[in-house]
Design a protein around this ligand. Structure first.
Ligand code: CTP
Length: 400
């Protein structure tokens, strides 16, 4: 059976000569069992009539950010939530630039901002436009954010030139889309993981933070994606690139991380709190850079909101996994956090030891849950993450 069977595809068609090939793509997607809603940009309508897409998808075509709501049809938020995957084919250089900058001035760009589904982009443009430094740069940034590319192919172009820029064949786009839904332990599950440190501003140039590198959280995001989950990574400031097939939201402070998590947590099946969230923030950060004087400086710190605890307090909480980084009484502290934060599972690690935990490549975990525990011996964070995801999949299947 096709991996796209029963998957919900939003196909965004932008304005290029390759738009006519998107008609064939709709047919291929439907042949594979997918439901398709087509969104056309204003420019796309100059190339292909919406009726053709309507006939092939058996759904009304969406074109306008505001009309959809007036007509009682699916608005951008509903479409963004409905989608299991968003495919942009063909994607023009202009659309890629607008996506890179997070513009939201039409239905297509707004939908891309609002969705947590993976986004697959099939560029199509003149070869010189594809090779232009601006497009190269836009592509690199979009890839770092986890957006997946298919094509472009090289060959004869509509403009008479020959080179890279032809839209990938519809069959290749369908295959690339299918590859985003691997059958695995967490196939069909949506997992959110927080990672990295947070930064709490003292003034515009100084902050309070911690030593977390984000490596463990990113390894968990990658392991979960490999296991077939749809993954949302909410990350504090790190130097890491987003793993492929992972939707990353970048945040700075504990407050921003809280808001990013709460905005989508009701739509996830599994929540892993791996971030080293600041427990306190500066109550009144200075608006201007603080000048030194010879007196001691007192900063009033105020507690941040506990993200994990707020997640488990939801009416129907996801399967919740916490981390406990401890310098002493590891297992005892972890067990009490498991209870106190109403967790399904906690992963405890000893910190303050050279070569383990914060900012190192290796880790060692004691994973605890009600009625069981497992020691994950020292190994690379990638290996530990896969083992942890294996335990999460087992426990969450037995809870379901
Ligand atoms: N956590 C969170 N939001 C916070 C603080 C912590 O989501 N504001 C999460 C962490 O991501 C981790 C777990 O809670 O999964 C435990 O974090 P930790 O800092 O070890 O525990 P605290 O509750 O802060 O307790 P203490 O500092 O007393 O050890």
């Amino acid at each position: 059976m096709s991996r796209l069977n029963k998957k919900r595809v939003v196909l965004i068609v932008t304005g290029g000569i390759a738009a006519y090939k998107a008609l064939e793509l709709v047919r291929c997607l439907r042949d594979d069992g997918a439901a398709v809603n087509v969104v056309m940009t204003a420019a796309a309508e100059h190339f292909v009539g919406r009726l053709s897409f309507q006939a092939l998808s058996s759904e009304p075509v969406h074109t306008d950010l505001l009309d959809a709501r007036a007509e009682g049809a699916m608005g951008h938020i509903e479409l963004a939530r409905w989608a299991d995957i968003v495919i942009v084919a063909p994607a023009t250089a202009d659309f890629m630039a607008r996506l890179r900058h997070g513009l939201a001035d039409d239905l297509a760009t707004t939908l891309c901002l609002a969705t947590v589904a993976p986004i697959l982009v099939a560029p199509a443009m003149n070869r010189q436009m594809w090779l232009n430094a601006a497009t190269v740069d836009n592509t690199a940034v979009l890839k770092i954010r986890g957006i997946v590319f298919v094509g472009p192919d090289a060959g004869a172009q509509a403009c008479g030139e020959t080179g890279p820029g032809r839209m990938a064949l519809p069959a290749d786009i369908v295959a690339a889309a299918g590859a985003l839904f691997p059958a695995g332990m967490l196939a069909g599950r949506r997992l959110m993981v927080t990672a990295g440190p947070t930064r709490e501003a003292i003034d515009p140039v100084r902050y309070i933070s911690n030593k977390s590198s984000g490596k463990m959280g990113y390894a968990i995001a990658q392991a979960a994606a490999e296991a077939g989950a749809e993954v949302i990574l909410v990350s504090g400031p790190t130097r890491l690139s987003s793993p492929v097939r992972v939707h990353r939201t970048a945040v700075i402070s504990a407050d921003e991380m809280y808001d990013a998590v709460m905005a989508v947590v009701d739509d996830v099946d599994i929540f892993v709190a791996c971030a080293a969230v600041a427990d306190y923030r500066v109550e009144a950060p200075a608006q201007q850079k603080r000048k030194k004087d010879n007196h001691s400086l007192n900063l009033t710190l105020t507690p941040t909101r506990d993200i994990l605890q707020s997640v488990t307090a939801r009416p129907t909480p996801p399967f919740a996994v916490g981390f406990a980084a401890e310098t002493e009484d590891l297992l005892q502290n972890a067990r009490s956090k498991l209870e106190r934060k109403s967790l399904d599972m906690i992963a405890a690690n000893q910190v303050g030891i050279e070569g383990l935990g914060f900012d190192s490549n290796d880790n060692e975990l004691y994973v605890l849950w009600k009625g069981g525990e497992q020691h994950l011996a020292k190994a690379s964070k990638d290996v530990i993450a896969r083992q942890l995801i294996g335990l999460v999949a087992d426990r969450c299947h037995s809870r379901a």
